[in-house]
Write a protein that binds this ligand. Structure first.
Ligand code: 0X9
Ligand code: ZN
Length: 393
């Protein structure tokens, strides 16, 4: 099937969400006929729930099974773009085990360059597995360390796919801009810092955001980006209700994922940059998230961030908003990872990306390489421009 026959690929404004047997899709009026025909071809039934004369139709799509697999739900709706191959790749979204197998394979293929590292563990007993990438040789011990966090919110699949794409570039590219990245820095890269949540999102509830810890009242998980021990008790854009999507957890670092990851980060020698990846507000954010207070190197962070976005824009023409504090650009929020890192470890360069995407998590898998190239160029640009300002030396 060609991409243009795919429900999502044909029209970027279709917004799909849901879980299990039922998906909801917000379909622009002019596209409804096409969407229905595509669904019919795949033996999916659609019910029109609501008509909004000004904007869109809401349709409810009944899918064919309890779990998402190749024939069901949003993966199948974007089937043409997302068929998983045996070989790990970037034309589909992969589950935790596949991503971890890829990381291990890459470290086996490039043993002098990349080593698997365990950044922590999860409630359900998974490792938070990452790769440390560092070229051996003289000066290897003193290279500036750059930490990459992605997938803290389970539903934001594109972040993990983008970061494995970046890892692939970092290890295999012959482009001098990329070889410079592997020459000059000590990378600690974690594509999935919330592996339980990601697995649950892929298999049970596509919109899952939190961890999977159990609360006494029967609800599951805390928002791992509201659980860090920095201004945790402000509970901004957060809730003390364990059933809420933005539950802070019962105490700071209640979640094993954030607690163990924080100890790993704190032990990284010469940590000079912390880069966190979310989706999908298409922004570049700097600390702090809880207040509009500006850091002592705020002006540098803004200048560097703007230059970084220009490197990204040249790839696909996509414009990101920012750069600004998360509190000013997005909404005040507390207990987030980047704020804890900056405040506790005084890491000079701290950024959070909100990547692109109009639908969580059904940003078509066919878009992964474009997003991956854009982020790769932004990371390259960030390092080049940072050095001009005296950082990352
Ligand atoms: O709310 C968040 O945690 C992030 N937005 S998202 O839609 N991906 O959930 C924003 C992260 C920036 N703010 C903090 N670091 N707290
Ligand atoms: Zn997020």
């Amino acid at each position: 099937m060609e991409t243009n026959e795919s429900l999502v690929g044909a029209n970027e404004a279709v917004f799909v969400w849901g879980s299990g047997r039922v998906l909801h899709a917000l379909v622009p009026e002019g596209q409804l006929g096409h969407v229905r025909a595509t669904l019919r071809q795949r033996n999916l039934t659609a019910t029109l729930l609501q008509h909004d004369p000004d904007t869109d139709f809401n349709i409810k799509v009944h899918t064919c099974g309890n779990h998402m697999n190749d024939d069901c739900t949003c993966i199948s709706i974007d089937k043409a773009n997302s068929r998983r191959t045996k070989e790990f790749g970037w034309s589909a979204y992969y589950d935790v085990d596949d991503i971890y197998a890829y990381l291990r394979n890459m470290s086996a293929r490039y043993p002098t360059l990349a080593a698997p590292v365990v950044g922590g563990r999860s409630y359900e007993g998974r490792d938070i597995l990452g790769l440390r990438v560092r070229k051996p040789g003289a000066g290897a011990a003193n290279k500036p360390a750059i930490f990459i966090e992605s997938g803290i919110h389970a539903v934001e699949w594109i972040t993990s796919a983008t970061i494995t794409y970046f890892i692939n570039e970092l290890l295999t590219s012959n482009d001098p801009n990329i070889t410079a990245l592997r020459e000059n820095f000590d990378w600690h890269i974690f594509p999935l810092v919330n592996p339980d949540g990601y697995h649950y999102s892929m298999n049970e509830d596509i919109m899952w955001r939190k961890t999977r810890s159990r609360s006494p009242n029967g609800c599951f998980g805390a928002d791992p980006n509201r659980n860090w021990d920095y201004k945790w008790d402000l509970a901004l854009n957060a809730s003390s209700d364990p059933c809420d999507n933005r539950y802070t957890g019962p105490q700071p670092f209640s979640e094993v994922e954030t607690r163990t990851l924080a100890s790993y980060i704190a032990a990284v020698e010469n940590l000079q940059a912390y880069l966190a990846f979310h989706s999908n507000a298409q922004m570049l954010l700097v600390p702090y998230s809880d207040s509009k207070e500006h850091l002592d190197n705020y002006d540098d962070l803004i200048q560097l961030g703007k230059a970084t976005l220009e490197y990204g824009r040249k790839v696909n023409g996509a414009k990101y908003d920012g750069v600004g504090t998360a509190a000013e650009m997005l909404y005040p929020a507390s207990g987030g990872s980047m704020d804890w890192v900056r405040h506790t470890l005084h890491t000079p360069l701290v950024y959070t990306w909100e990547l692109r995407g109009w639908a969580l998590p059904c940003w078509p898998a066919a878009r992964i390489p474009a997003q991956g190239d854009e982020v790769t160029q932004m990371i390259h640009g960030l390092t080049v421009e940072a050095r001009k300002l005296g950082y990352l030396k």
